[in-house]
Design a protein around this ligand. Structure first.
Ligand code: KPL
Length: 292
């Protein structure tokens, strides 16, 4: 039995737990673990899934396979909280949105095999113990450190649940652009993804943001379609969804704005690209004081 440790118990943590069959021993590491077992129902299949439940302080075995399913702003400190249980062969899979946290973690934990995943899976929690797998997507994974190799990953991750990429950076960037175009606007306008292309005034706003992002993309060493084209496609595909940032706002949770628009604005400054619209929405989201 391969022991899998998962940091977090949110939607992505539960979704990843559901990928493994009963040959794996799933261990959730949570901020508060009041019970020894964490159970949830996976919908629409109505499958009951369970794993042992720990806090970082009461873990009692080494961590060899770690899935980090916290928000971007918590990821590094969450890994640090279990660092005493890592072994020289530990593999660490990062599931964070946005950009910046993966690079910072890869730098701080470069002696381990660290991977980054950019997912198009759609899943959300109906309540603390119910996960809705709303849309089947792809988990794109690639190496962040030298020790991270595809064959090591296939030893524990079911092949049907991921696609390997020799260079994950363009994939992370594509998702960053999509999140930068969609997420803050859905929070500020309180709308579903689809409304950004169906309401003309919102579409104009998204276009302005995307045109600035195109200027930035033109300075990067890889080719990508225009940001507005990519974002429009995702808005069509996820028209009925509420973005993760909209949902953070709804539940008064901290947003990942610093790792999305914050990261993009910093890159624009670094590369001398004007980005007044992106700066404006960054400021507006921060003024909502959701944190972190
Ligand atoms: O990744 C997303 C998110 O909500 O964070 C998108 C692609 C915008 C889908 O809602």
């Amino acid at each position: 039995m391969i022991p899998i440790h998962i940091l977090g118990s949110g939607a992505m943590a539960c979704l990843w737990a559901s990928y493994f069959n009963t040959n794996h021993n799933i261990n959730f590491i949570r901020r508060h673990a009041n019970e020894n077992v964490f159970r949830f129902t996976l919908k629409p299949q109505d499958r009951l899934i369970e794993g042992k439940s720990f806090t970082a302080n009461n873990l009692n075995e080494p961590i060899t396979h770690l899935i980090v399913a916290t928000k971007a702003f918590d990821a590094k400190s969450a890994i640090q909280s279990v660092e005493h249980r890592l072994t020289p062969n530990t593999q660490i899979l990062l599931l964070q949105n946005g950009m910046g946290s993966q690079q910072e973690i890869a730098q701080a934990f470069k002696q381990y095999a660290v991977y980054a995943c950019s997912s198009t899976e759609g899943a959300y929690k109906i309540d603390a113990h119910t996960l809705m797998h709303a849309g089947k997507g792809v988990n794109n994974i690639g190496a962040m450190t030298k020790k991270a190799k595809e064959d090591k990953l296939t030893q524990w991750l079911p092949a049907e649940h991921f696609k390997w990429h020799e260079n994950i950076e363009p994939i992370l960037w594509r998702k960053l652009i999509v999140n930068g175009a969609i997420n803050p606007l859905t929070l500020l306008y309180q709308c579903k993804n689809g409304e950004l292309i169906n309401q003309p005034s919102l579409q104009i706003h998204m276009k302005k943001i995307c045109l600035e992002l195109d200027q930035l993309l033109s300075k990067l060493p890889f080719k990508m379609s225009p940001a507005f084209e990519i974002a429009t496609q995702v808005c069509q595909q996820t028209a009925n969804n509420y973005s993760s940032m909209y949902q953070d706002g709804k539940y008064s949770h901290p947003t990942e704005i610093d790792f999305i628009t914050g990261y993009l604005v910093n890159k624009c400054i670094e590369m001398s690209v004007d980005c007044p619209e992106n700066e404006k929405i960054l400021k507006k989201v921060k003024q909502l004081n959701l944190g972190p």
